[in-house]
Design a protein around this ligand. Structure first.
Ligand code: HPA
Length: 273
């Protein structure tokens, strides 16, 4: 079966589980940011394992299920947990749920993650709206002949992060008194954190934040013409910045302390769509 056939089959199976729900926004929740899914009302939960052709999430703290329902009055399909390249998933497998969202008629993707701050003026706990990315994973989900059946092979990543959605997120943040940054995100394969020398190099390239997700999802979303908003929580200073030595525990602890503002920010953005 081709990628396209698989997507049809996955969408049909998922649609059956969603009943009358017709999500218009897709949300991917990163490390420690899963609690937003608990705010979805009239929710139906579908584990990734119950959707044909979907891979399972093996990352710690990633529940690995779709949660579909209403958030701030808007119908959403939320991924509580994501798939990462470092888990051993291929780029196409990582991108698959994004293409599946598109297949379900979802036109907007909000992708979130916990990230290390490279920019020395940022602080732990800051939110950063992605204005662009540097894909340093060395991978691209659109490689091969099968994605070519979904949409054109060559496509632009100019303003991949939708300027209107970014403006909306800035406005919501300001109204709610939540400080936000706007910066360039750099994505890596992981799972090792970076070296201080790498972080210095990335800073000289113009990167403000770094983590191990997002780029493949955003490329897949733009491939099929979805609008994209990306938001990072700076869970730590990147390796070597102010002597930082990041750990997984720190990432989850900080996410927990910023959960309230994160939920407010995303919910209010979604309700304005
Ligand atoms: N580096 C890479 N990935 C991350 C980091 C980091 O500092 N923080 C959270 N995810």
């Amino acid at each position: 079966m081709s990628l396209k056939d698989n997507l049809h089959e996955s969408a049909a199976a998922l649609r059956q589980r969603l009943g009358e729900r017709t999500p218009v926004v897709g949300i991917i929740l990163g490390s420690g940011l899963g609690p937003l899914a608990d705010q979805i009302t009239d929710a139906v939960k579908v584990p990734f394992a119950e959707v044909p052709h979907m891979k399972r999430s093996t990352a710690s703290g990633h529940v690995g299920q779709f949660v579909c329902g209403s958030l701030g009055g808007t119908q959403v399909l939320c991924m509580q947990g994501r798939l990462h390249g470092y888990e051993g998933h291929t780029p196409q497998e990582v991108a698959y749920p994004v293409w599946l969202m598109h297949e379900l008629g979802i036109g907007t993707l909000i992708t979130t993650n916990a990230a290390g701050a490279i920019n020395e003026s940022y602080q732990v706990g800051d939110f950063c709206i992605m204005k662009d990315h540097i894909n340093f994973t060395g991978r691209n989900p659109v490689v091969g002949t099968e994605p070519d059946e979904l949409a054109m092979r060559f496509f632009s990543l100019y303003e991949a992060y939708d300027p209107e959605l970014r403006a909306l997120a800035r406005r919501v943040a300001e109204e709610r008194g939540i400080p936000v940054r706007e910066g360039v995100y750099l994505g890596l394969l992981g799972p090792s954190f970076e070296t201080p020398a790498e972080i210095r190099a990335f800073r000289s390239w113009g990167a403000d934040t770094v983590a191990m997700s997002v780029c493949e999802e955003v490329i897949a979303a733009r491939h099929v013409g979805m609008r994209v908003l990306g938001i990072s929580l700076c869970s730590n200073m990147a390796c070597g910045v102010e002597g930082a030595n990041p750990s997984d525990e720190e990432v989850f602890q900080v996410a927990q302390t910023r959960e309230g503002d994160f939920c407010t920010l995303i919910r209010e953005v979604v309700s304005s769509l």
